[in-house]
Ligand binder design. Structure first.
Ligand SMILES: Cc1ncc(COP(=O)(O)O)c(C=O)c1O
Length: 372
């Protein structure tokens, strides 16, 4: 019997640890019999979706018996104007996750290598292994991507490098100077993917402008953005990639013909027009980030300064029981054991009421006293 199983299943896939998403609110409420649960676990937008996006969805509901436009014509037009690139430099994905998958499927053969940092987005190693590739996790320096360390690990088997900037789960970033130096040294036959899912939350003035490299027609650079975070459309699954036309047409060959559903196309289009919503989102995150920084400092909690809509902090103890105790108090957070951090928690920056609930629960669970 086991022999038969061995011949059906691929070892390198069997060995993958599946991605564990944040717990859904409904599940926690049902299991614990509580209500008003606050979810700060998946870096979603605390303001919900844009009203313009909702209106656009309502308008097309009666058309969902038709297949969507497989080329997402109107949305690509909008993005092309937004970024000053041609539509053939754009690819859309079922979440930017799908574009990460297209990159690994498109460029990796068995034994090929992908490099990223340790403590970075867990989907990179998973999708690398799915393709039979080998994942190289370069140690961080001070909770930041070490681009020089990554350069040192490039060899003839390296095909792809992922740079999550800002990085999930640390919220840290690499600077423009670091990226310029890095790109001047990376071989042109290695694809460099800048995963900028949290780009809209950045306020660091030395954050790199990677679009410049795409516009300069660098053959091996792609950047990824998403509608899941700042645009509040995580449930619709839509993200996009920008690169030179050759790379994009290559990726388009391997995507599903209707990978972007109708509702996602119209909602994303409308959300792009809703600049006020984006502005409100950014303002809320900046303000609430400072609120949480202040509270963490008052209670002597060590956190990592963030450029994203989440904060990683050190609880000073193992988080297994902390997570459960916070859950019982109606607050869902993310533990970081899968990243090798047993004492850290990552929280999404929420609305003031949600952040207050978090601090209240943390004070009780960690028995915090004001140190300032
Ligand atoms: C660094 C990073 N990249 C990509 C994604 C995927 O986003 P999407 O919802 O567009 O698939 C996430 C989501 O958490 C992320 O943290």
């Amino acid at each position: 019997m086991p022999d038969v199983e061995r011949s059906i299943y691929r070892n390198y896939i069997d060995e993958i640890t599946p991605y564990e998403p944040g717990k859904p609110i409904e599940e926690v409420e049902r299991e614990l019999g509580i209500s008003n649960v606050v979810k700060l676990a998946s870096n979603e937008n605390p303001l919900g979706p844009s009203r313009k996006a909702l209106r656009a969805i309502r308008h097309v509901l009666q058309k969902i018996h038709r297949y969507p436009d497989g080329g997402s014509f109107y949305l690509k037009q909008k993005l092309s104007h937004e970024f000053g690139v041609s539509t053939d430099q754009l690819i859309l994905g079922n979440g930017s996750n799908e574009i990460i998958e297209l990159l690994t499927r498109g460029f990796l053969g068995a034994g090929d290598r992908v490099i990223a940092s340790e403590m970075s987005f867990l989907v990179y190693p998973i999708l690398t292994k799915v393709c039979g590739g080998e994942f190289v996790a370069v140690p961080m320096k001070d909770f930041r991507y070490d681009l020089k360390g990554i350069l040192n690990r490039i060899d003839e088997r390296t095909r792809l490098i992922f740079i999550a900037n800002p990085n999930n789960p640390t919220g840290s970033y690499v600077t423009n100077d670091e990226v310029e130096d890095f790109l001047s040294k990376v071989p042109r036959d290695v694809i460099v993917c800048f995963d900028e899912a949290y780009y809209d939350f950045v306020n660091a003035s030395d954050f790199p402008y990677t679009l410049f490299h795409v516009k300069a027609n660098k053959p091996n650079v792609i950047l990824l953005r998403t509608f899941s975070k700042s645009y509040g459309l995580a449930g619709l699954r839509i993200g996009y990639g920008i690169a030179n036309a050759r790379l994009i047409s290559y990726l388009n060959k391997i995507r599903q013909p209707f990978n972007i559903n109708l509702l996602a196309q119209v909602a994303a289009s409308a959300a792009l027009d809703d600049k006020r919503f984006l502005w409100r989102t950014r303002r809320l995150i900046q303000r609430e980030k400072l609120y949480l920084y202040r509270k963490f400092e008052q209670f002597g909690i060590h956190y990592i300064p963030t450029q994203a809509n989440f904060i990683l902090f050190d609880t000073g103890c193992d988080t297994t029981s902390v997570f459960e105790a916070l859950l019982k108090r109606g607050v869902i957070v993310r533990v970081m054991k899968a990243y090798g951090l047993s004492n850290h928690i990552r929280v999404t920056i929420g609305k003031r009421s949600e952040n207050r609930a978090l601090i209240r629960a943390l004070r009780q669970v960690l028995k915090l006293k004001k140190s300032k």
